[in-house]
Design a protein around this ligand. Structure first.
Ligand code: ATP
Length: 264
């Protein structure tokens, strides 16, 4: 077991042509905690996630996971450190079975590699069997074991989201980045997903960083919340404190007013 590591974001700035999407943002995800990043539309949440997982480059600032500096790493190098992510829009192979999709998460842990498994060498076969056993275990854990042989595209949306979580867990991560894990789900699906997230933290001891629009979910799940607005951090702290912060209320009321104006 490797030592638990904190994720430390310091002075993170990301500029696109003419837009400062993140402006000197800082926060720490403590080992074993659930940390939420929230904020109105366009606040910079996705940009932040994309920098943490190596998809976007930071303009300046630092992201450290334990001793590693992530800002200059490619996505696969970050994944190899034990940082797994899910996507806002499901990124699974729709025609492939649930089992094969979850297996993809185990690639970084596969020693035999493509050549060995392609030639069906005995060692590769044994390894493949071991990985498939773990995949079935994880599938049971997130409640999708009954769908292992089904093509992902045939399954209800809420199940697909759980398969995506299973694929991320199959990487045996130390830090899990969840991008809007309950977006588009109904009430029952949201509750199930929340239970799995809480259980994953408790049973596996991993840290979880989530971006989420569902405030009820954030308030129930998160130990710490960081609030962004127009790329700046405007508040941080435990959910109850953040919820009653005047600047946070103002930011969300501003968003509400903008929506009402759009609909008028
Ligand atoms: N690839 C990009 N190129 C140019 N501008 C971008 C890019 N990605 C994000 N932005 C801009 O950066 C700002 C922050 O966007 P971001 O998507 O990070 O916000 P968000 O908080 O995730 O919003 P939402 O809740 O709507 O997903 C926005 O002004 C957005 O238009």
């Amino acid at each position: 077991m490797s030592e638990p590591s904190a994720l430390q974001v310091t002075d993170l700035t990301v500029k696109f042509a003419g837009i400062t999407a993140l402006d000197h943002v800082g926060f720490t995800v403590e080992p074993g905690s659930i940390h939420a990043v929230i904020g109105p539309n366009g606040a910079g949440k996705s940009t932040c996630f994309n920098v943490l997982s190596g998809v976007y480059r930071a303009t300046s600032g630092s992201v450290r996971f334990g001793d590693a500096e992530l800002t200059r790493m490619a996505p696969h190098q970050i994944a190899a450190l034990g940082v797994a992510r899910t996507f806002q829009n499901i990124a699974l192979s729709k025609l492939q079975s649930v089992e094969n999709n979850i297996m993809l998460g185990r690639h970084r842990l596969t020693r035999a590699g493509f050549l060995g498994s392609g030639l069906r060498l005995p060692a590769a076969r044994r390894e493949d069997r071991r990985h498939r056993e773990r995949v079935r275990e994880i599938a049971r854990y997130v409640g999708v074991a009954q769908y292992l042989d089904a093509p992902v595209g045939m399954l209800p949306y809420g199940v697909q989201k759980r398969v995506e979580l299973a694929r991320a867990l199959a990487m045996e991560p130390r830090l899990l980045l969840l991008d809007e894990p309950v977006a588009g789900m109904n009430g029952g699906e949201r509750r199930q997903m929340a239970e799995v997230i809480v259980a994953a933290r408790a049973d596996l001891g991993i840290s979880i960083l989530l971006v989420e629009h569902d405030m009820g979910m954030v308030m129930r799940l998160a130990d710490e919340v960081t609030v962004l607005d127009f790329g700046r951090k405007i508040a941080s702290g435990p959910p109850a404190v953040v919820q009653s912060d005047p600047e946070v209320i103002r930011a969300y009321l501003g968003e509400q007013a903008a929506k009402e104006q759009e609909n008028a």
